[in-house]
Design a binder for this molecule. Structure first.
Ligand code: FES
Length: 93
């Protein structure tokens, strides 16, 4: 079985190679480098991140290719995808 094709995505401007079809949430976690990733901040400034991994909690909302409030756990990575809003919630990791 051939290994999956790799694609390049950008997470808050940082280029990252991931297997094609990996979830955006997985890409964000990889970009975080082993520490729990912060996807956005609540209205009170509390860090939010992927919780359920299956489209229920809605805590993994990010901007993908300019479209806000996409669920990172439900969208698959594709070549050239721009993922924003992860990290501190102000567009930086
Ligand atoms: S992690 Fe819960 S909806 Fe995405």
């Amino acid at each position: 079985m051939a290994p999956p094709r790799q694609v390049t995505v950008r997470v808050d401007g940082v280029a990252l190679r991931v297997p094609e079809g990996a979830s955006v949430a997985a890409a964000i976690e990889c970009a975080a480098g082993g520490v729990p990733a912060i996807y956005r901040r609540s209205l009170r400034g509390m860090p939010r991140g992927a919780c359920c991994g299956m489209g229920v909690c809605k805590e993994c909302r990010v901007t993908i290719d300019g479209v806000p409030n996409r669920l990172a756990c439900e969208v698959r990575c594709s070549e050239g995808m721009e993922i924003g809003g992860a990290g501190t919630g102000d567009g930086t990791l």
